[in-house]
Write a protein that binds this ligand. Structure first.
Ligand SMILES: Cc1cc2nc3c(=O)[nH]c(=O)nc-3n(C[C@H](O)[C@H](O)[C@H](O)COP(=O)(O)OP(=O)(O)OC[C@H]3O[C@@H](n4cnc5c(N)ncnc54)[C@H](O)[C@@H]3O)c2cc1C
Length: 387
């Protein structure tokens, strides 16, 4: 494809493609079968500096903007790989960078940039709160120079493959706050010390290979020095980071969409039925063309949202819209790709069914489609609030 937005960071895109060529379909299929974590892939990306593009140069990163990061993740996904195992290493540190103390930045950011510290876990979701984050009940009670944490989290990805976790918890009960979003705080949990000392991790087997887990906190002690920013303001800090996350995940969807279009186009040219390539039939070529239109349009929205983010402008609505457009486009492209492949779309060795399962996630996580529509309806269009 030759759309102009694809020209951004051509060297980075090219380097990522070459790196991913070393991790072909067989690699991902074997991991998928055994639900293993792609340690070698993540280590290689780290070593080559692709996961530290957003960390400023003074802290050892390459100090590039979000557009560079979208290029990395889009190409990973277009290559048939999956960035879900590592994307959080790129942006979770944003909460330290934007809201951490100077000591915290100096202590953590250079080590995150070099990969010595993995900051891959981001603990927000709870089983009883669902999308209504103000209802979280994991509680951190201050006791002298530490916090004592009790509660439970669900769907915390990569917790077993991370040295640190950014944890959102209540420090004031919801009933005692002025606004429901007050009274939550961000703690940096050192997983190496926490596991077995108040933190238990239980893997959750899912439809796709995502290393996601359930966490149980039972009097886990976290040094008070690990509080990020001010106590009680954590929700705002987490919201800040979510725009970056949504834009980056939208870029992964664009990559998935392009993967499906590439594969479907190649197959439709190659596969002969009734004495001609199936792609000569408009019934086969139009869905591919439609997917191309949708994915290209979504890519422009992603690029626009990333530009706003980089310029430091408000981009909540655009990040949401990019994520919705891209996740729906990639899912439609996945469906088209299976259909184009006929029976072979279901065969493991084509990687289509794996990518189909993988891309489905993004209409639910990190934020589900309904919640985005609700944001657009009420915040942009001024329709009455439903909750
Ligand atoms: C594989 C995987 C990895 C994940 N990784 C992480 C992670 O690392 N860290 C983390 O914190 N979380 C993670 N999540 C959680 C994810 O962000 C949530 O699953 C997602 O935000 C949806 O929340 P929920 O599952 O609680 O759904 P619910 O809030 O229970 O919603 C269920 C359904 O109801 C709809 N709904 C709810 N309320 C409304 C409403 N008012 N109007 C209309 N529709 C509504 C939703 O859109 C959704 O379709 C992960 C999830 C998965 C599946």
């Amino acid at each position: 494809m030759t759309a102009s937005h694809e020209q951004s960071f051509p060297e980075i895109r090219d380097a990522v493609r070459r790196l991913c060529a070393g991790f072909p379909g067989e690699y991902w299929r074997a991991l998928d079968r055994e639900r293993r974590y792609p340690t070698e892939f993540v280590q290689t990306l780290t070593r080559e500096g692709f996961l530290s593009v957003l960390i400023p140069e003074e802290y050892g990163g390459s100090g590039l903007g979000l557009t560079a990061a979208t290029a990395v993740l889009e190409e990973i996904h277009r290559s048939g790989s999956n960035g879900g195992a590592c994307h959080a290493q790129m942006y979770t540190m944003g909460v330290i960078l934007k809201h951490g103390s100077q000591e915290q930045k100096e202590a953590y950011l250079p080590k995150i940039a070099s990969g010595e510290l993995r900051l891959q876990a981001f603990g927000v979701t709870e089983p009883t709160a669902g999308t209504d984050t103000t209802r979280i009940s994991t509680f951190a009670k201050r006791a002298g120079d530490k916090y004592v944490v009790n509660g439970q989290k669900i769907w915390i990805s990569r917790a077993e493959h991370s040295d640190l976790m950014v944890l959102l918890c209540r420090t004031t009960p919801r009933e005692e706050t002025r606004k429901p979003s007050d009274g939550m705080s961000v703690l940096l949990v050192d997983m190496r010390e926490a596991v077995g000392n108040g933190l238990t991790i239980r893997p959750v087997r899912t439809m796709l290979n995502h290393a996601t887990t359930e966490l149980f906190f039972d009097n886990l002690e976290v040094p008070a020095a690990n509080l990020v920013g001010e106590e009680g303001k954590g929700f705002k800090y987490i919201l800040d980071g979510m725009n970056a996350e949504r834009i980056l995940i939208a870029a992964e969807c664009v990559g998935d969409g392009r993967f499906f279009i590439d594969r479907a186009s190649a197959y439709a040219k190659d596969r002969n039925v009734f004495g001609r390539p199936i792609g000569a039939n408009q019934g086969v070529q139009f869905p591919i063309a439609r997917a191309y239109v949708a994915v290209t349009s979504a890519a422009l929205m992603v690029s626009h949202a990333a530009d706003l983010f980089e310029a430091g402008q408000p981009c909540g609505t655009e990040a949401n819209m990019a994520k919705l457009a891209a996740s729906e486009a990639s899912w439609a492209a996945a469906d088209m790709c299976i259909q184009t492949h006929g029976g072979f779309g279901f065969a493991e060795e084509y990687d289509i069914e794996r990518k189909f399962r993988e891309t489905r996630l993004y209409q639910v996580a990190p934020i589900s489609t309904n919640l985005i529509l609700s944001h657009v309806a009420t915040h942009v269009l001024g329709l009455p609030k439903s909750f």
